[in-house]
Design a protein around this ligand. Structure first.
Ligand code: GRF
Length: 236
């Protein structure tokens, strides 16, 4: 099965290139540096879109503060009592907040909850995540620590579509960084984070340009010349 993603966003024409203005909803639980990188990429014109809402399961998340500073709607949603997941009610509220703003893409940026199959199906192939390892190595928590302890010589990060598993969805972009002899978790995390900030916006921009085509587990990146609307097919 081949699926070419088309966002429901409006197409605009710039310099003869068709670009979509992608409406992004960000889910974040913590400091929000990836959120900030996305906002900055939009400001500098590297990303053609808009963050229309930031939602967090943590009331005092720095990500919410960053959103407010930028004049973006910032919403705390009480997650319920399940540890790693959200209550059904919390997920329904998140879906409503995203749908009310006609979000094209849900970007997970340090969101520490596992989304239910219902949520994933609702936004099928319209949810991305950034993970601080070269998946499929080291999924889950503390990926950088896992990489160091395993003894890898190359680490990195991955932007992927979210499917119903944990860190298992089709890979869009990866970036590698070296692991140095004297690295500790903090030093390695910092090196990886710089790459995260770069590739997340790149992946979202490719989505905006309708240049991501899912073929089984593979995500093909179409060359600029092929990102014509006529090649798009509806998602199933
Ligand atoms: C990043 O390392 C990201 O890869 C992981 O959680 C961290 C979030 O950092 N999923 P920030 O909140 O974006 O600064």
């Amino acid at each position: 099965m081949v699926i070419c993603l088309r966002s429901v966003s409006q197409l605009s024409h710039r310099g003869g290139t068709k670009l979509a203005h992608v409406r992004i909803g960000v889910l974040a639980s913590g400091r929000g540096s990836n959120l900030q990188a996305i906002i900055d990429a939009i400001k500098t014109g590297r990303l053609s879109g808009e963050v229309v809402v930031v939602i967090s399961d943590v009331p005092d998340a720095m990500a919410l503060e960053r959103a407010r500073r930028e004049g973006i709607d910032a919403i705390y949603i009480e997650p319920g009592s399940k540890r790693a997941r959200l209550s059904e009610e919390a997920e329904s509220r998140i879906i409503s907040e995203l749908e009310n703003r006609s979000v094209d893409l849900v970007a997970l940026a340090g969101f520490m909850r596992i989304l239910s199959p219902r949520f994933v199906r609702h936004f099928k192939w319209r949810i991305m995540n950034i993970h601080p390892s070269l998946l499929p190595a080291f999924p889950g928590l503390k990926a950088q620590k896992q990489a160091l302890e395993y003894g890898v010589k190359v680490a990195g990060c991955t932007v992927h579509f979210v499917d119903e598993g944990v860190d298992t969805g089709p890979i869009i972009i990866q970036a590698a960084v070296p692991v140095y002899e004297d690295d500790d978790e903090e030093a390695l995390s910092k090196r990886i984070l710089a790459e995260e900030h770069r590739i997340y916006s790149e992946a979202i921009q490719l989505f905006a340009e309708h240049r991501l085509k899912i073929e089984g587990r593979r995500v093909r990146i179409l060359p600029e010349s092929e990102h014509d609307e006529s090649t798009d097919r509806d998602r199933d």
